[in-house]
Design a protein around this ligand. Sequence first.
Ligand SMILES: [Zn+2]
Length: 268
Amino acid sequence: MNGKKSWPLLTAVQLSVGLMLFTALLPRVSLSADIAGSAVAQSCEACQQFDRLNTLIRDRKIAKAEARKEVRALLPVIREYAVHHGAGEYPRGRWVFPVEGLTMKSAGDNRGADYVPSGYDYFDGNAHRGHPAYDLFIHDRRHDSLDDRTGREVSVLSMTGGIVVAVEREWDTRSRLRGGKYIWIYDISSEALVYYAHNREILVGVGDIVKPGDTIAKVGRTGYNAYKKRSPTHLHLSFLRVKDGYPKPENIYRELMRAATVPANGSP
Ligand SMILES: [Zn+2]
């Protein structure tokens, strides 16, 4: 199999098996974040556990104390995994505005009026109160989730670095789920869970490692309220600092005002 003469005789199966072996033998720390994410995603068992836990919490199928205990136990393991697999530390000065081409001003800045943390409890799941989030609006008067000026989908970018710990890829118009198709990313630098909701399409998987500016989704209108006619198309963004297993909302208005804008480049 090594000689040049036998090369044309390799079947597609042999080639792909060879590639898989080659990939498996590569030292993981030297892989780029993207490749590392897809190649090892399955092995972040703690991330998969968090994903299942998050769904139980969302659907109110687990007691609060029990859920908190699990969050407290899982996040340090996830952090360890992420660091071991090349996740970088990104301080807030490196954050990227989470919608491509937009700034806080062009995304409908209302000086923080939509950030309402009171009454919110992560462990209330889909029945939570409050709105500990920013709604970042795209230009979409037609409500087709495409930018009115370019006719293109709009990318959701990871604001922070971190690791994907939960995703929901499925949503249909009869669903009562408010978040629609969503992503939770654990930012190991701030020890925070970052939530991106109402997406049209999810482009990352549980266990993927991301850096600020990586494309993770496309802006959409999924979710019980976001789907309704009266709702302008937006990304719903929450930032929850986790202290002792309890994710609590933090106001990141200042950071969003300062975050770097990534120009829309018409990526596919
Ligand atoms: Zn919202």
